[in-house]
Write a protein that binds this ligand. Structure first.
Ligand SMILES: Nc1ncnc2c1ncn2[C@@H]1O[C@H](COP(=O)(O)OP(=O)(O)OP(=O)(O)O)[C@@H](O)[C@H]1O
Ligand SMILES: [Mg+2]
Length: 279
């Protein structure tokens, strides 16, 4: 949970930079890393700063490591190279560029920790920068986690044998499948909302109908909510929201999940079920 919400915050930070017209840069990368490691794995390991010591990957010491990234004193220059590569004017398709850049970044391994997480997030930011993603809706982490063995093996294949084709053959289908799944879930979420709205429209709600619709609109952004958050976000009175939520509960659209008498939490259940698939 922490990691996912850090990811959302970090991508928000990256997009903020871009909205200000700034390109992906060493500073953006460091700031994003600091947000990603704000809590959870790697907190306290020099967040926001490039490493100042030698590291190794896989293994218990330098001598038995799977891969030894470059010495730390080279990192700032190597990241500058990386920046030049991702902004180079040539005819590489943006996806292929992001794909090559990912190996490039993971191989520099500029941080003490969080390199995997930052590297995966950078793919989304690069595609966004290239104008290929209107919203940061490509979340590749699941694919990489599910195929971690292949990921590591093929990264090392590039490093030791120049195995770019095999790497592309791993990465590109991952993007295709992940994007396809995201588009599919989105369509089904929209269909879910349309079906629920129809239930609301068909119910005999009379004067109450407008309030229920307003609360339902809010729920589309916050499928887990309390009467209080709904009240704060709809400019309706609390008793009105309370009544609307009970109506939605009665229609089978939301469900209370705590069983408590106070501070009750409601969920838009079938919507969440779609989001949760495959996770
Ligand atoms: N055995 C290995 N072979 C090749 N690369 C590896 C291996 N172990 C780790 N890596 C690389 O190092 C990255 C992990 O680095 P680091 O621990 O700094 O990042 P993280 O964000 O904490 O990790 P994760 O990717 O597990 O979320 C991996 O994503 C991968 O690129
Ligand atoms: Mg780590």
């Amino acid at each position: 949970m922490k990691e996912a919400s850090n990811y959302v915050a970090a991508i928000g930070r990256g997009l903020e930079f871009m909205r200000d017209g700034l390109p992906i840069s060493s500073r953006l990368i460091r700031e994003t890393q600091a947000v990603l490691l704000h809590s959870g794995r790697g907190t306290g390991k020099q967040p926001g700063a490039f490493r100042t010591q030698q590291v190794w990957i896989g293994g218990t010491r330098l001598g038995n490591a799977t891969f030894v990234p470059p010495p730390h004193d080279l990192v700032p220059d190597l990241v500058a190279d990386f920046e030049r590569f991702i902004h180079r004017e040539d005819d590489l398709p943006p996806l292929v560029r992001a794909d090559i850049a990912h190996v490039h970044f993971e191989t520099i391994h500029p941080f003490l920790d969080g390199n995997g997480r930052v590297g995966r997030l950078l793919i989304t930011l690069m595609l966004r920068e290239a104008g290929r993603l209107a919203q940061p809706l490509l979340y590749l982490s699941l694919y990489f986690k599910q195929n971690q063995e292949d990921d590591y093996r093929l990264l090392n294949g590039v490093r030791f044998e120049g195995g770019w084709e095999a790497w592309l053959g791993f990465f590109l289908p991952g993007v295709r499948d992940t994007a396809g799944q995201a588009a599919d879930s989105t369509k089904r979420l929209l269909a879910r909302i349309a079906a629920d709205r129809e239930v609301i429209d068909r119910a005999e709600l009379r004067a109450h109908a407008l309030t229920v619709r307003r609360v339902f609109t809010f729920i589309q952004e916050r499928p887990v909510f309390t009467v209080r958050t709904a009240t704060e976000n709809t400019s309706l009175s609390q008793p009105a929201v309370d009544r609307a939520v009970r109506t939605l509960e009665g229609l089978g659209i939301v469900r209370e999940v705590t069983g408590r008498k106070s501070r009750r939490v409601y969920v838009h259940e079938r919507y969440l079920a779609i989001l949760n698939e495959g996770i």
